[in-house]
Design a protein around this ligand. Structure first.
Ligand SMILES: *[C@@H]1O[C@H](CO)[C@@H](O)[C@H](O)[C@H]1NC(C)=O
Ligand SMILES: *[C@@H]1O[C@H](CO)[C@@H](O)[C@H](O)[C@H]1NC(C)=O
Ligand SMILES: *[C@@H]1O[C@H](CO)[C@@H](O)[C@H](O)[C@H]1NC(C)=O
Ligand SMILES: *[C@@H]1O[C@H](CO)[C@@H](O)[C@H](O)[C@H]1NC(C)=O
Ligand SMILES: *[C@@H]1O[C@H](CO)[C@@H](O)[C@H](O)[C@H]1NC(C)=O
Ligand SMILES: *[C@@H]1O[C@H](CO)[C@@H](O)[C@H](O)[C@H]1NC(C)=O
Ligand SMILES: *[C@@H]1O[C@H](CO)[C@@H](O)[C@H](O)[C@H]1NC(C)=O
Ligand SMILES: *[C@@H]1O[C@H](CO)[C@@H](O)[C@H](O)[C@H]1NC(C)=O
Ligand SMILES: *[C@@H]1O[C@H](CO)[C@@H](O)[C@H](O)[C@H]1NC(C)=O
Ligand SMILES: *[C@@H]1O[C@H](CO)[C@@H](O)[C@H](O)[C@H]1NC(C)=O
Ligand SMILES: *[C@@H]1O[C@H](CO)[C@@H](O)[C@H](O)[C@H]1NC(C)=O
Ligand SMILES: *[C@@H]1O[C@H](CO)[C@@H](O)[C@H](O)[C@H]1NC(C)=O
Length: 752
């Protein structure tokens, strides 16, 4: 027994010795000058945990840390190629990501002659790009989300081996150096300059980048028009120009970019323009042309059969919704138009006449019901979603639209929660908050008309202020109250002078038609990748709305327009000639007003329709219920129309002083005007022409499914067939969210 123990021990010792020799044998494989370079690099970037006691190419965990789901943003990998003669290794790639390294970009990189890839994303590095890098042979360079500043050095153009360059989310300023036009050698060039502070015009020399496949320049302060140089960039697959500072129009030469799969151009400055020609882009997957003042019609894009997302929010489209979008049984039925949202809203507005008037409203956005003092903030915990309308009781609701770009759709988050202890007063209001990737509208209904004080409670609970890349986020958004811009380029952290600090913004608002609307909107500015990709857009913690007047004992709603015997159909037609008049009397909320938070002039048409109906009927739309089967005048009118008995609607007080034909015509026009889809409403000149009897009145479509909205179109590939067969509830919409598929390009997903 003793013997065998000794023998085993001996064997064990031998093994240890052999093992040590094996490790030893590997130690010297990286040449001493590269090890020395790594020591310098460590000192320069502030890297303290490399273990120089082992060979850097040995896969020791200090040099190549295994991936951990606990730290998804962390990547610590030094990659060597050990296939050189006599087992010599060279460092070829260096990933130091999400490590909060607080030094500078290391000049000593140039001493690693075989290095082709560096990724220093998400650190705390300051300064600029060192001139020594001009002599490297880097192919991939990412320094995304750091505190780098100063001008983009012209010598970046010396690294002609580059195929991927991202300086996104730093503070680079000044103009783009024309020398970047020297990066002409390689295929599949990606240039990502987004979320900096760049100015000036884009240099003409960039037209030399004929191999450019990806260009992202969002959120900068460039000036001038979008250059008309697409002729030179025929290989482009991804183009992103959001809130870049550039002016429209989108040059029609963009049609040449037949390889585009992702096109995002939004928030262009300057005048309106036509929809750009995109028909050649048959591989298009994601398209966002929001907020560009695009005019006229949405053209037929039915050829873009790979389209998964299309956002055309807030443009100036007129015309009808093209058939290729709405038609259900054609081969483009994989486009799902967000019909159900409007249906829901229309239902809500119709079926919920105000039981009584409200004088205040308090919402703990994204959070649970909370009492502060004697004020109850209502809960607001619906998960919301890519395009969702959430009616909450009778008195308020919200609509949320947009998806967070560049993140897996399953990780879309529309509610934020605090990551550290909040110590401000009333912290319950701030521990959770609503987020929006594009547009979030709260609307309060049933408010007594009059003046109100609106308080918006904000606290930045996502970004941090420690020495970490968590502090480099810049959240910038706009706020509208009753369609008035009240906060432009608002940055909570700046306004509150820090993170986890409360700031309450107070405004006066006038409620004229019982509705108050507060809209939060992301206009493409700020960072989108700090601390992680998809972190951007408005954040709101709580809202309070209080009347500036005390509830009167006997409040009587003011009727917006004189209704009664004195008004004849003729006098109304006269009034139509003066559109100003109608504008001022924008009395009723068109569905899109509450849903999408913007007013087209077609909302005036809607208001006109309701008012016209009231005038003919001599009744108030919301108050009139012939019996419990009808919720309002409009509802009754639709019913009578189907029964072919519109005359029943006409106010008996009009006596014999009216022409029956004219009255019926007017009701029909009114019903046309109140179509839930703005695109399907006639325009005002058509209305006048129909009322005057100059053109025939089209019959109001009785198919309730002809609701539509040209704003947000989402393709529900594969699932669409069955979904379109059945009525859609918002929950189904959630489940039906498409799975993001990764396009098969070489560097997908985006290098982070
Ligand atoms: C380090 O790991 C890589 C990949 O896992 C492997 O190819 C390489 O041979 C390893 N090197 C050593 C010295 O073990
Ligand atoms: C580090 O990032 C690179 C490039 O994205 C990737 O290939 C590698 O697997 C990552 N390593 C770890 C440990 O996460
Ligand atoms: C490693 O180096 C050898 C020799 O130069 C080369 O043939 C091989 O392609 C390299 N491998 C990688 C992954 O870079
Ligand atoms: C960011 O860089 C600027 C300019 O180099 C420097 O003044 C500032 O202190 C840096 N900020 C942080 C948080 O390190
Ligand atoms: C970049 O290249 C130019 C022209 O080849 C050269 O004059 C310049 O010194 C280089 N810059 C750096 C920083 O190496
Ligand atoms: C951007 O540059 C302007 C001057 O061009 C400066 O006033 C502003 O502070 C800079 N913004 C940031 C975030 O550094
Ligand atoms: C583009 O490249 C050509 C040839 O390399 C050069 O002559 C021309 O000056 C470059 N254009 C610009 C605008 O830099
Ligand atoms: C589109 O890409 C393909 C291969 O990726 C290429 O052959 C073709 O030339 C490109 N089209 C244009 C217009 O550049
Ligand atoms: C934009 O519109 C304004 C006013 O209509 C006009 O004065 C200006 O010339 C237009 N600008 C461009 C670039 O067309
Ligand atoms: C959020 O804030 C509340 C209130 O200060 C605190 O009780 C809670 O622990 C915080 N949550 C986290 C994750 O720190
Ligand atoms: C309501 O506000 C408007 C504009 O601020 C003001 O002109 C008006 O006098 C106010 N009305 C009342 C009743 O206070
Ligand atoms: C460029 O990208 C295309 C398609 O994305 C790919 O087929 C091609 O091999 C790439 N070229 C190089 C040199 O990597």
């Amino acid at each position: 027994m003793g013997f065998s123990f000794t023998r085993n021990t001996l064997i064990l010792l031998l093994w240890i010795i052999i093992g040590v020799f094996q490790v030893k044998a590997q130690v010297a494989r990286l040449p001493a000058d590269e090890v020395q370079a790594l020591r310098e690099i460590a000192a320069q970037v502030g890297k303290k945990d490399w273990n120089f006691g082992v060979d850097p190419c040995s896969n020791d965990s200090s040099w190549a840390t295994p991936r951990s789901s606990l730290r998804p943003l962390y990547n610590n990998s030094l990659i060597c190629n050990c296939s050189y003669p006599s087992g010599v290794c060279h460092v070829i790639k260096l990933f130091l990501k999400g490590q909060d390294l607080d030094g500078r970009l290391p000049p000593s990189l140039v001493k690693l002659p075989y290095l082709n890839t560096i990724d220093f994303t998400r650190n705390y590095l300051s300064g600029t790009i060192p001139p020594e890098w001009a002599s490297t042979k880097l192919e991939i360079m990412s320094i995304t989300v750091n505190n780098l500043s100063g001008p983009i050095p012209s010598y970046l153009g010396n690294i002609t081996t580059l195929i991927y360059m991202s300086i996104e989310s730093n503070l680079f300023s000044g103009t783009v150096p024309p020398e970047l036009g020297n990066l002409v050698n390689l295929e599949n060039l990606s240039v990502i300059l987004s979320a900096n502070n760049l100015t000036g015009e884009l240099p003409v020399a960039l037209t030399n980048l004929t191999k450019l496949t990806e260009l992202r320049i969002s959120s900068n302060n460039f000036i001038g028009k979008i250059p008309d140089v697409f002729q030179s960039w025929k290989q482009l697959q991804k183009l992103e120009i959001q809130a870049s500072g550039l002016e429209g129009p989108i040059p029609s030469s963009i049609s040449i970019l037949s390889n585009l799969t992702e096109l995002r151009i939004s928030d262009l400055l300057g005048n309106g323009s036509e929809f750009p020609p995109l028909n050649s882009m048959t591989g298009m997957n994601r398209l966002d042309l929001s907020f560009n003042k695009l005019e006229e019609n949405v053209p037929d894009l039915s050829g873009l059969s790979s389209l998964q997302y299309m956002f055309l929010t807030s443009n100036l489209f007129t015309g009808n919704i093209p058939n290729w979008i709405t038609s259900r049984d054609n081969r483009y039925s994989h486009f799902f138009l967000l019909l159900h949202q409007l249906r829901l809203l229309a239902k809500c507005l119709k079926n919920n006449p105000c039981p009584k008037e409200q004088y205040s409203l308090h919402i703990n956005c994204g959070g649970i019901a909370t009492t502060i003092g004697n004020i109850e903030f209502e809960e607001d915990q619906d998960p919301a979603g890519i395009a969702k309308f959430v009616p909450v009781g009778n008195s308020w609701g919200l609509s949320s639209s947009g998806n967070f770009w560049d993140v897996d759709s399953t990780s879309n988050q529309y509610i934020a929660t605090n990551v550290s202890i909040l110590r401000m007063n009333n912290s319950e209001l701030y521990t959770s908050a609503r987020l929006s990737p594009l547009s979030l509208t709260y609307y309060a209904r049933c408010l007594a008309n009059g003046n109100y004080t609106v308080k918006l409670y904000f606290a930045e609970i996502v970004f941090r202020d420690n020495r970490s890349f968590y502090s480099f986020g810049r959240r910038i958004f706009d706020v509208y109250i009753q369609e008035q811009l009240v906060l432009k380029d608002f940055n909570i952290e700046n306004a509150a002078q820090g993170v986890d600090k409360a700031i309450v913004m107070e405004y006066k608002a006038i409620v004229r038609n019982k509705v108050l609307q507060i809209r939060f909107h992301w206009a493409g500015k700020g960072t989108t990748a700090a601390p992680q990709r998809g972190t951007y857009g408005p954040l709101i913690s709580a809202i309070s709305v209080e009347a500036d007047f005390s509830p009167p004992g006997n409040s009587k709603m003011k009727i917006l327009i004189g209704v009664g015997a004195g008004v004849s159909v003729h006098s109304l037609v006269e009034r139509l000639h003066r559109r100003q008049d109608i504008k001022r009397k924008r009395g009723y909320m068109a569905p899109e007003y509450a849903l999408w938070g913007y007013l087209t002039y077609k909302a005036d048409v809607y208001s006109f329709g309701v008012v016209a109906l009231e005038i003919v009927a001599g009744k108030n739309n919301m108050k009139y219920r012939p019996d419990e089967n009808f919720v309002c005048l409009l509802d009754w009118a639709l019913f009578l129309q189907r029964r072919g008995n519109l005359m029943e609607l006409v106010d008996p007080k009009l006596g014999s002083e009216f022409n029956k034909e004219e009255a019926v015509r007017m009701i029909k026009v009114a019903l046309l005007c109140t179509n839930p889809s703005p695109a399907l409403r006639p325009n005002m000149s058509a209305v006048v022409s129909m009322l005057k009897g100059q053109t025939a009145v089209q019959e109001h479509g009785t198919d309730p499914s002809i609701y539509g909205d040209e704003l947000t179109i989402r393709a529900l590939k594969d699932q669409s067939g069955q979904i379109l067969q059945q009525p859609m509830s918002s929950n189904e919409a959630e489940r039906a969210r498409p799975v993001t598929k990764k396009p098969g390009t070489r560097r997908e997903p985006r290098l982070e």
